[in-house]
Design a protein around this ligand. Structure first.
Ligand SMILES: NC(=O)c1ccc[n+]([C@@H]2O[C@H](COP(=O)([O-])OP(=O)(O)OC[C@H]3O[C@@H](n4cnc5c(N)ncnc54)[C@H](OP(=O)(O)O)[C@@H]3O)[C@@H](O)[C@H]2O)c1
Length: 316
């Protein structure tokens, strides 16, 4: 099969479009014929070697952790999918070997869901990581409830924009942060208030409007924007971070130690939101679609961390 492969850590030039053997599947797995994959920031962090302590690489490695495609083969223990089913999901490999930047990828069956017919493969592959991360951060870790206020940073990003949609659906008041050029987009998602996190004193400005602070802060990125939130933090605020912090002092905001969350694959959660995906009630913007041969360019674009929307790789 055709695939993008890297044989050693390095910059995007280590990614080669080449021939690779067909991946094997285990009894609880399916083989998916890939129609569309995505680029997640973790893809280029793994490729660079920056996450070697957390995600092992069994070289040669095919990157890619999200997929939408059609079931090609079913393992002996799999009963909920059959050959020919259109599916999508987050692969969440603990060791990287067989990823979705390829014509075929093995997937644990419990991580997949049936793709709603209304969605294209590009739209479907863009959803799983955003949904799992936003859902688990807001509700599983943050305990967000109707009537509470949540501060969502990087709200124009893939995870942030999904979090705004889910928090509004849950009946929360949403304060979002984004660069000024993205304010209309974020308000269009339903945010009650959007603010430029580049302003040093944005937390102070908001404090007079929200004197009781916020129940949950979702912060995809640590650093300056997160520290500016301090005036809105009370001793009961839950702060959920999505990226490891270089400086341990950045973990503490006012009286609260933030927690770093890793999203978990969950096909059943995707299946349960099927109607909302089909109707477009929950959606992820697609920023760019690349061909498989352009994977290096696609990862370099993601590494700018300035792209609002998902980067998709079209395969078959
Ligand atoms: N732990 C997990 O399980 C998990 C899961 C998914 C993602 N993540 C991580 O979460 C982060 C966001 O992922 P994503 O896919 O949503 O990213 P994304 O779509 O690439 O987010 C890009 C947006 O984030 C904003 N941004 C960039 N740097 C920022 C900063 N320092 N402070 C505040 N906002 C900033 C920018 O918004 P403006 O243009 O409006 O400034 C940019 O448009 C990544 O680091 C990713 O690795 C972790």
């Amino acid at each position: 099969m055709k695939a993008v492969v890297f044989e050693a850590y390095g910059d995007s030039s280590v990614l080669k479009f080449t021939d690779a053997p067909m991946p094997p599947i285990k009894d609880d797995q399916v083989l998916v014929k890939v129609y569309a994959a995505t680029v997640n920031p973790i893809d280029w962090r793994i490729r660079s070697g920056g996450l070697a302590k957390f995600v092992e690489c069994d070289f040669p490695v095919i990157p890619g952790r999200e997929v939408a495609g059609v079931i090609e083969q079913v393992g002996a223990d799999v009963s909920n999918f059959k050959v020919g089913d259109p599916v999508f999901g987050f692969l969440q490999q603990l060791e990287m070997k067989w990823g979705s930047y390829a014509e075929f990828v093995p997937a644990d069956a419990y991580k997949l869901a049936h793709k709603p017919a209304e969605l294209s493969y590009e739209q479907a592959t863009a959803l799983p990581v955003a949904i799992h991360t936003a859902q688990q951060a807001l509700f599983t870790h943050g305990g967000l409830e109707a009537g509470q206020t949540v501060l969502i940073h990087a709200a124009a990003g893939v995870v942030g924009s999904m979090a705004v949609q889910l928090a509004k659906q849950a009946g929360a008041t949403v304060i979002a942060t984004a660069s000024p050029g993205n304010h209309d987009f974020v308000l269009g998602l339903g945010a009650d208030r959007v603010i430029d996190y580049h302003q040093q004193d944005f937390g102070e400005q908001l404090k007079s409007e929200y004197p009781d602070g916020v129940a949950v802060i979702l912060a995809p990125f640590a650093g300056k924007s997160l520290q500016g939130s301090e005036p809105l933090v009370t001793s009961s605020t839950k702060i959920i971070l999505l990226s490891p912090v270089a400086n341990p002092e950045d973990m503490k905001i006012g009286p609260v130690e933030s927690q770093v969350m890793i999203c978990q694959a969950d096909g059943a959660a995707l299946e349960s939101l099927s109607d909302q995906f089909a109707s477009g009630e929950l959606k992820t913007e697609i920023a760019r679609v690349f061909n498989l041969e352009q994977a290096a360019e696609a990862q370099d674009l993601s590494a700018t961390e300035r792209v609002a929307g998902k980067i998709v790789i079209k395969v078959n």
